[in-house]
Design a protein around this ligand. Structure first.
Ligand code: NDP
Length: 328
């Protein structure tokens, strides 16, 4: 029988999410890759329990994570039932709907029909009564944002979600979503954008909107799917995401330019006494709206490495300008 590590809250840092009452661990764990039905259940379980023992209280899912779609939620539900159920009140569990999940006109995008049916399916797969955060996964150009936000508000009113989140919305659409939720008396807790050293789009307006409205940010793919680690410094390892048939990182994305930048960034990380993964995570926390970052992992050692990023989150002005000049 699993018993959580008594010292799990000793090393992790917890950051207030926007102007809400909710604190998130500076490092959260996402289940996009490596938790589906086609990988070892034992390894997935080891990573989830190991993360919780490190003080990682937040686990990020979506309806479609797998493969096959839905299986990451099933894996998570099984670990919860077998081991983590007694700790449910110490956990923040999120899921999302919006990407393709089932055939026909209601299986994706942003209708109220899609979002609420999908949430019910997610709760059943995870064997949960509620999730802590329910996200609209991507904006829908054909559904009024008011309807998608009405779905999030309904989930909260029904007690199936505690907080509302959006993901992949640009600055303008985020403001529209905020306005729609406000009309419904609901606060937007959090925005989940892709943000890392190689992809800085949220700096161009999104973060201003979040800061102005007291919304927290939780960047996904903070390590650029592994490119901002030491993983690819000496070629593409056989057990890496870029080598996997189902991985979203394709080998041709591992370009000599990116590897060269990673090599130079790695030297700065070493001078700070950090791994490159730790520095890439710390760098995202330099922005005040960052509540957490969602890492992925294929093994427990990566999670414990990333969790230690919190030991040094500060940068000198000189380090930041060196990083900027490497990134170009
Ligand atoms: P990362 O950028 O953190 O990439 C994770 C990969 O980096 C791992 O699988 C591993 O690669 C490598 N890695 C992690 N830690 C280390 C380490 N310490 N040392 C060396 N290599 C390391 O994140 P993901 O792209 O996996 O995304 C994280 C989460 O974000 C997802 O699980 C999901 O929850 C969320 N997400 C949300 C999206 C959205 O649209 N809202 C879209 C995408 C992700 P390897 O597997 O090769 O070992």
């Amino acid at each position: 029988m699993y018993k959580a590590n008594d010292s799990r809250y000793g090393a992790m840092r917890y950051v207030r999410c926007g102007k809400s009452g909710l604190k998130l661990p500076a490092v959260s764990l996402g289940l996009w890759h490596n938790f589906g039905g086609e990988v070892s259940y034992e390894r997935s379980k080891e990573m989830l329990l190991g993360a919780f023992d490190l003080g990682i209280t937040h686990f990020d899912l979506a309806n479609n994570y797998g493969p096959p779609p839905g299986s990451a939620e099933e894996t998570f539900g099984r670990v919860l039932s077998e081991s983590l159920r007694p700790y449910r009140d110490e956990m923040i569990i999120s899921t999302k709907a919006g990407f393709y999940m089932w055939p026909g006109p209601y299986g994706e995008w942003g209708s109220k029909k899609n979002l609420l049916a999908s949430l019910d399916q997610s709760l059943a797969r995870m064997k949960l009564e509620y999730v802590d955060i329910f996200y609209h996964h991507r904006p829908d150009p054909d559904t009024p944002v008011e309807e998608s936000m009405e779905a999030l508000a309904t989930a909260i009113r029904q007690g199936k979600a505690l907080y509302a989140g959006i993901s992949n919305y640009n600055a303008e659409d985020t403001q529209k979503a905020l306005d729609a939720l406000k009309q419904l008396g609901v606060s937007l807790l959090i925005h989940q954008p892709c943000y890392n050293m190689f992809n800085r789009w949220p700096e161009g307006g999104l973060y201003d909107v979040l800061e102005k409205n007291g919304v927290g940010a939780i960047p996904f793919s903070p390590l650029a799917q592994g490119l901002l680690t030491d993983r690819y410094l000496d070629g593409i390892p056989a057990d890496s995401r870029a080598s996997s048939a189902t991985g979203f990182l394709k080998p041709d994305a591992v370009t000599p330019e990116k590897v060269e930048k990673a090599r130079k960034l790695n030297e700065i990380a070493q001078s700070r006494g950090q791994t490159l993964a730790q520095m890439a995570i710390a760098w995202l926390h330099r922005i005040p709206v960052t509540a957490s970052v969602i890492i992925g992992a294929s093994k427990y050692a990566q999670i414990s490495d990333c969790a230690k990023a919190v030991d040094n989150l500060c940068f000198t002005a000189d380090e930041l300008s060196q990083i900027d000049s490497i990134l170009g």
